[in-house]
Design a protein around this ligand. Structure first.
Ligand SMILES: [Zn+2]
Length: 87
Protein backbone atom coordinates (compact mmCIF):
# COMPACT_ATOMS: atom_id res chain seq x y z
CA UNK A 1 0.00 0.00 0.00
CA UNK A 2 1.51 3.25 -1.09
CA UNK A 3 -1.28 5.79 -1.05
CA UNK A 4 0.71 8.85 -0.03
CA UNK A 5 -1.43 11.18 -2.09
CA UNK A 6 -0.94 14.28 -0.01
CA UNK A 7 2.03 15.12 2.13
CA UNK A 8 1.89 15.29 5.89
CA UNK A 9 1.53 18.66 7.51
CA UNK A 10 -0.67 20.23 4.90
CA UNK A 11 -3.36 17.66 5.55
CA UNK A 12 -4.45 19.24 8.82
CA UNK A 13 -4.57 22.67 7.25
CA UNK A 14 -6.55 21.31 4.32
CA UNK A 15 -9.06 19.83 6.71
CA UNK A 16 -9.44 23.22 8.38
CA UNK A 17 -9.97 24.95 5.04
CA UNK A 18 -12.48 22.38 3.91
CA UNK A 19 -14.41 22.69 7.15
CA UNK A 20 -14.34 26.45 6.76
CA UNK A 21 -15.61 26.23 3.21
CA UNK A 22 -18.45 23.98 4.31
CA UNK A 23 -19.37 26.46 7.02
CA UNK A 24 -19.31 29.35 4.55
CA UNK A 25 -21.43 27.36 2.13
CA UNK A 26 -23.97 26.60 4.82
CA UNK A 27 -24.01 30.25 5.88
CA UNK A 28 -24.66 31.32 2.29
CA UNK A 29 -27.54 28.88 2.08
CA UNK A 30 -29.04 30.30 5.27
CA UNK A 31 -28.53 33.79 3.88
CA UNK A 32 -30.44 32.73 0.78
CA UNK A 33 -33.19 31.17 2.86
CA UNK A 34 -33.40 34.25 5.04
CA UNK A 35 -32.49 32.42 8.22
CA UNK A 36 -28.95 33.71 8.46
CA UNK A 37 -28.17 35.21 11.85
CA UNK A 38 -30.64 32.99 13.66
CA UNK A 39 -29.78 30.10 15.91
CA UNK A 40 -30.65 26.76 14.37
CA UNK A 41 -31.30 25.36 17.82
CA UNK A 42 -33.65 27.92 19.34
CA UNK A 43 -34.34 30.33 16.46
CA UNK A 44 -33.18 33.28 18.51
CA UNK A 45 -31.17 35.96 16.71
CA UNK A 46 -27.45 35.47 17.06
CA UNK A 47 -25.61 38.32 18.72
CA UNK A 48 -23.87 40.64 16.30
CA UNK A 49 -20.71 40.40 18.35
CA UNK A 50 -20.78 36.67 17.87
CA UNK A 51 -21.41 36.95 14.13
CA UNK A 52 -18.54 39.40 13.90
CA UNK A 53 -16.20 36.81 15.38
CA UNK A 54 -17.60 33.80 13.54
CA UNK A 55 -19.84 34.94 10.69
CA UNK A 56 -20.63 31.37 9.69
CA UNK A 57 -21.84 30.10 13.05
CA UNK A 58 -25.34 28.61 12.90
CA UNK A 59 -25.84 28.77 16.66
CA UNK A 60 -26.35 31.47 19.23
CA UNK A 61 -24.04 31.96 22.16
CA UNK A 62 -26.00 29.53 24.30
CA UNK A 63 -26.12 26.63 21.86
CA UNK A 64 -22.74 26.87 20.19
CA UNK A 65 -20.00 24.57 21.36
CA UNK A 66 -17.92 27.49 22.49
CA UNK A 67 -14.27 26.82 23.14
CA UNK A 68 -12.93 27.50 26.61
CA UNK A 69 -11.98 31.13 27.14
CA UNK A 70 -8.30 31.91 26.96
CA UNK A 71 -6.48 32.30 30.24
CA UNK A 72 -8.44 29.68 32.13
CA UNK A 73 -6.44 26.61 31.37
CA UNK A 74 -6.14 23.83 33.88
CA UNK A 75 -7.33 25.66 36.99
CA UNK A 76 -10.34 23.43 37.19
CA UNK A 77 -13.37 23.72 39.34
CA UNK A 78 -17.08 23.65 38.87
CA UNK A 79 -19.13 26.47 37.41
CA UNK A 80 -19.88 27.44 40.98
CA UNK A 81 -16.26 28.38 41.43
CA UNK A 82 -15.56 25.54 43.78
CA UNK A 83 -11.86 24.92 43.95
CA UNK A 84 -10.39 21.46 44.27
CA UNK A 85 -9.28 19.91 47.48
CA UNK A 86 -6.71 22.08 49.23
CA UNK A 87 -3.17 20.83 49.46
ZN1 LIG B 1 -29.76 29.06 20.42
Amino acid sequence: MDDGARPDGDAAELDLVEADLAAVDAALERLDAGTYGRCEACGEPIAEERLAVSPTTPFCDRHAPAPPPPGTSGAGGGPDGTPGAPG
